[in-house]
Every structure is written in C-alpha cells, then in structure tokens.
Design a protein around this ligand. Structure first.
Ligand code: TRP
Length: 331
C-alpha cells in the first residue's frame, strides 16, 4: 500500500504559485493513493523567521487555503507538525545516525554560508537551518511515506532522507522505507510577475486569495514587451502565456495561441487571463474567507486529523525506540 506525504512551511501567505505548483496537483494526486498525509510544517517555519505573528497567521491562512481548495478528508490526514511530538523524538534519534558531513553539503545551508564573509562563514546561521534536513527526514519516515511530492529545490532533502533511513536500517535492522520524490514536470512552474521564480522575497507574487481588484491589478503588472495591438505576438518566452498554460487545457490554450498570433493587445489578453483565473478562484475564495474568519473550524479539522496521525506516530516511534534499545526494563 503506497503512502503519499507532503508538508508546507507556514512562513507566508499562500500565493498563486503555491496553488498551481503544490495545492492543486497534490489534491489531485491524493486520489491515486490509499493513504495521504498532508501537514503544516510549523516547526520548519521557526527556522526561517522569528516572527510569532507571522507563523500564527500563516498557519491559519495556509490551512484555510488547502481546505478551501478541496482536500478530501476521507483520503487525507491533515495535521500540524507541532501537534505530533513523536516527530521531534524521531528527529533526535535520526540526528544521532546522521553524519555531520551530509548536512555540510546541503544546498540551503551552503547557500547561506556563501553569502557570508569567509572570516565568519556561519554568521547569522541558526543550527535549525543546519539540521533542517533531519527534521524533514523525521516528518517523512515517521509515517512510512513512499512518495513525497516536492518542488525541485527540495530534491536533495529527499535524497538525504533516503541516506539517513538507510543508515538507520544498516545499524538497527530494516525499519524505514526509502521514500521517492515526486517532482512534478507536467505542471509548469508559474513564474513571478517579472519572470523570475515567484517568491515573497522578490515581491513578484500574486496572493492566492486577495480581492478581485488586487488580482486584476497584479495581472496587469505581469511584464510584457512593447508590441502594440495588431502586432503578432510570440508565445515562446511570454510570461503571460505561461500563466495561460497553467490554467487552461491544451484545446483552450491553442485558441489563446491563435489570439497571440493574430495580434490581440496585451490589455485584452490580461483581461482574459484575469477572467479565467478569477472564475476558478471565486468559489474557493468564498470558502477561504469563511474559514479565515472562523479559525475555530480550522482548529477542529486539524484536531480530527491529528487524532488519526498520532495513532500511527505512536506505533512507529515505539518500534523505533525498541530498535535502538530504549524500552521497558524487564527481563
Ligand atoms: N521543506 C519543505 C519546503 O520548504 C516543507 C517540508 C517540511 C516538507 N517537511 C516536509 C515537504 C516533508 C515534504 C515532506 O517546501
């Protein structure tokens, strides 16, 4: 029986890139698996920011976004990482079998070091960032996940999880399955307004559930060239066309391609794109607004998921503790 698992760090407001790249495909994929675990990586969030208000607000917004977009709770166990203490127990046990050297080689840590002066390479880097891959391995291995959908930036973390699981198995006997990443190639990555990766830090993102007005405004800011209405436009290298691709079926996309060729104006095309995206978001936005205004409903949904997650977590941690020699002291 195959198990799918993925986590979302609660360090921001969900944007359209998260919707196209993670929320929508994960919800669709969950239908193909017997068991699905989806969780808010709120402990991972603490590594990225020390702003309690941001972490709290982001937990509400990200949970609300996923629920509004239609998680099927018959198939998906939805929970907070912080509500499953066994993750942290496993985190420690895995820390003890993880060679420090593999953490030195993690891209995220190395990138932070590279930004620093050579005389103080670890300046401003917390140990959480260094140990980040172990916590992620604990998230995955505790639930015996076989497949982990992630962005391509997370691929190395899954390789490290496999490495850590293998080392544990070698020392203590077969305990963990080695998970495979699922890196979506069929969903094109949605670029930011300026064509770079959509990201909070570049301020080039479109909030997923802002007002219609804001959505329209953001779409108007998508960078285009200076071709006039009547001029034939190339779809290749067009940021706007990539947005169309993310939201339309192949057939409909062909029609848009024609419009580009025939010389539709950028303003007209942007209006069209707004209508397509907005129509898809209207029902979801309504649900989202309702949930965010009543976080108690979200809390209840999470508590129900956590009740189920804890059962599996307790069983697994018991097995792991016994394997390492931590168990009741009788004969
Ligand atoms: N590190 C992931 C990200 O930033 C989030 C995450 C935490 C995760 N734990 C995980 C993803 C376990 C998959 C599995 O995107």
């Amino acid at each position: 029986m195959s198990t799918l698992l993925t986590g979302i760090t609660t360090s921001g407001t969900p944007h359209l890139g998260n919707y196209v790249g993670a929320i929508k495909p994960s919800i669709a994929k969950s239908k193909d698996f017997k068991k699905n675990f989806l969780f808010l990586a709120d402990y991972h969030s603490l590594i990225k920011n020390q702003d309690p208000e941001l972490t709290f607000k982001s937990s509400i917004e990200i949970a609300a976004a996923w629920i509004a977009c239609g998680i099927d709770f018959k198939k998906v166990i939805f929970y907070r990482q912080s509500s499953i203490p066994q993750i942290l127990e496993l985190n420690w046990i895995l820390t003890s079998v993880t060679p420090k050297g593999i953490l030195n080689r993690a891209h995220a840590y190395k990138a932070a070091v590279d930004l620093n002066d050579k005389t103080d390479p670890d300046s401003g880097i917390n140990a959480g960032l260094f140990n980040y891959p172990i916590l992620m391995a604990a998230d995955i291995l505790l639930f015996d996940a076989n497949f982990v959908p992630v962005g391509s930036d997370q691929k190395q973390h899954i390789e490290m999880t496999r490495d850590i699981a293998g080392r544990f198995n070698n020392s203590y006997g077969e305990t963990f399955d080695l998970p495979e990443p699922i890196i979506s190639t069929d969903t094109p990555l949605l670029p930011g307004l300026d064509g770079r990766k959509m990201s909070k830090s570049y301020k080039n993102f479109i909030e997923l559930f802002s007002s219609e007005k804001n959505l329209q405004k953001s779409i108007n800011q998508i960078v285009t060239d200076s071709l006039m209405p009547g001029d034939s436009k190339n779809t290749k290298d067009s940021i706007l066309f990539e947005y169309f691709s993310a939201f339309l079926t192949q057939d409909k996309l062909k029609e848009v391609e024609e419009l580009f060729k025939e010389g539709a104006g950028w303003g007209e095309l942007k209006k069209m794109l707004f209508e397509i995206i907005n129509e898809e978001l209207i029902p979801l936005r309504e649900k989202y607004e309702e949930l965010v205004s009543k976080p108690d409903t979200i809390e209840e949904i999470l508590l129900a998921g956590e009740k189920q997650a804890i059962i599996q977590a307790e069983n697994k941690i018991k097995e792991v503790r016994e394997k390492v020699g931590i168990k009741p002291l009788h004969g």
